[in-house]
Ligand binder design. Structure first.
Ligand SMILES: C[S@@+](CC[C@H](N)C(=O)[O-])C[C@H]1O[C@@H](n2cnc3c(N)ncnc32)[C@H](O)[C@@H]1O
Length: 308
C-alpha cells in the first residue's frame, strides 16, 4: 500500500500508531468524529482504508482546523502558497521564520501556520501566556520540500474532499453531534493540573469535565475510543480513566524510546487506549493489547516529548 499522506508535522501526532488504533474501529462507520483532531492522523488513516462514509474534524485551535479545511478543499492554492513562503527563506532563513511567525500571530492566517509547523522544532506548537505562537525554528532543517508537501496535500484532499466537515469548537459541543453509527476518536491534550494552561497546545482540558462528558456518551450508547495515559517501563504518565466508566483498556506497544536507548535503558513506551462499552459490544473479536512484531520495533519520539 502507498504510504499515507501527512502534510502537517505535529507533536503528539498519532501517525505512527494509526494503523494499530484502527484495528479497534469496526468497518462501516457512518461518521468518524475527531474532536481533538490535531493533525487528523487517525481521520486520514481511516479515510485511506475507507472505514467511514463521512468525517468530522474539530480542533479548538482555529488556525489548525482551518488549515486542514484549506488542505482538503483548496489543495492547489494551499500547496502553492506553501511553495511561495518556503522559497522566500533563502538568505537568512531564521530571520524569515521570525517574520512569518510575527505575521501569523498578527493575522492567524492558517497557510502561514503550515510553514511554521514544517519549520519549527519537532513540529511542536508552543504558546506564550497571551496565546501567541512562540516556538523557535529548527536551525538544522528548512522544512518539508514544496514538492513533497504538494504530494501530501493532494493526497489528503483526495481522501477527504466532499465527505468532511470542519469545526473549531470545544470538544463537548462536538460530542452532542455523535449518533449511534458514528465512532468518536478522542486524543485530548496532556492532562495538566486543573485550571492550568498547557503551553504545549492551544488549550488544556480538565480531567473531571472530560470524565463527565464520557459518562454522557455512555448514557447515549455512543461508540468511542480514547487515547489517554501511558507508561514507559514502570513510570506511568497521566491519570487513568475511572473503572466506573466500564471502558475496556488495552495497551499499545509504541516501540522503544530512542531517549531511553541513548541512556542505555531498554524501555518500551506503552499508550493506553480505552474503548467504550457500546463499541466493545460491537466488535467481533475481544480487544487485546497490541505488541509490535519483534523485528519491526521502531522508536517513537512523539510520546516521549508529549508526556515528558
Ligand atoms: C494530543 S493533540 C491531538 C493529536 C492528534 N491525535 C494527532 O494525531 O495529531 C490534542 C489536540 O486537542 C486540541 N484541544 C485542546 N483543548 C481542546 C478542547 N477543549 N476542545 C477541542 N480541542 C482541544 C489541541 O489544540 C490539540 O491539537
Amino acid at each position: 500500500m502507498k504510504s499515507t499522506p501527512h502534510p502537517i508535522q505535529y507533536q503528539g501526532s498519532k501517525r505512527n500508531l494509526a494503523h494499530v488504533i484502527l484495528r479497534y474501529i469496526p468497518q462501516n462507520v457512518d461518521c468518524l468524529i475527531e474532536p481533538f483532531a490535531g493533525s487528523a492522523a487517525i481521520t486520514i488513516a481511516a479515510a485511506a482504508r475507507q472505514i467511514a462514509k463521512n468525517y468530522l474534524i474539530n480542533d479548538l485551535n482555529r488556525p489548525l482546523a482551518e488549515l486542514l479545511r484549506l488542505i482538503v478543499e483548496f489543495p492547489v492554492d494551499t500547496a502553492s502558497f506553501y511553495e511561495k513562503v518556503w522559497n522566500e527563506q533563502h538568505g537568512d532563513s531564521v530571520e524569515h521564520y521570525n517574520r512569518v511567525r510575527a505575521e501569523f500571530n498578527r493575522t492567524q492566517d492558517p497557510r502561514l501556520f503550515l510553514y511554521l509547523l514544517a519549520r519549527c522544532v519537532k513540529g511542536s506548537v508552543r504558546y506564550n501566556a497571551d496565546g501567541m505562537f512562540n516556538q523557535s525554528p529548527d536551525k538544522r532543517r528548512h522544512g518539508t520540500l514544496p514538492h513533497t508537501m504538494r504530494t501530501n496535500i493532494y493526497g489528503v484532499s483526495a481522501l477527504l474532499k466532499n465527505k468532511t466537515e470542519f469545526s473549531s469548537l470545544d470538544f463537548r459541543e462536538v460530542l452532542v453531534k455523535a449518533r449511534k453509527n458514528d465512532l468518536v476518536y478522542m486524543d485530548p491534550p496532556y492532562q495538566g493540573v486543573c485550571g492550568e494552561r498547557d503551553a504545549r497546545y492551544f488549550s488544556g482540558i480538565n480531567h473531571e469535565e472530560f470524565v463527565t462528558a464520557l459518562v454522557e456518551l455512555n448514557r447515549r450508547e455512543i461508540s468511542y475510543i480514547v487515547s489517554y495515559d501511558g507508561r514507559r517501563g514502570d513510570k506511568t504518565f497521566g491519570v487513568l480513566l475511572p473503572d466506573s466508566l466500564e471502558l475496556t483498556r488495552v495497551e499499545l506497544d509504541a516501540g522503544r524510546s530512542s531517549q531511553a536507548t541513548l541512556l542505555g535503558r531498554d524501555e518500551v513506551t506503552y499508550e493506553s487506549l480505552y474503548l467504550s462499552p457500546t463499541l466493545t459490544a460491537k466488535l467481533t473479536h475481544k480487544p487485546t493489547d497490541y505488541h509490535q512484531p519483534k523485528m519491526q520495533q521502531y522508536a517513537l519520539l512523539e510520546p516521549l516529548t508529549e508526556y515528558a
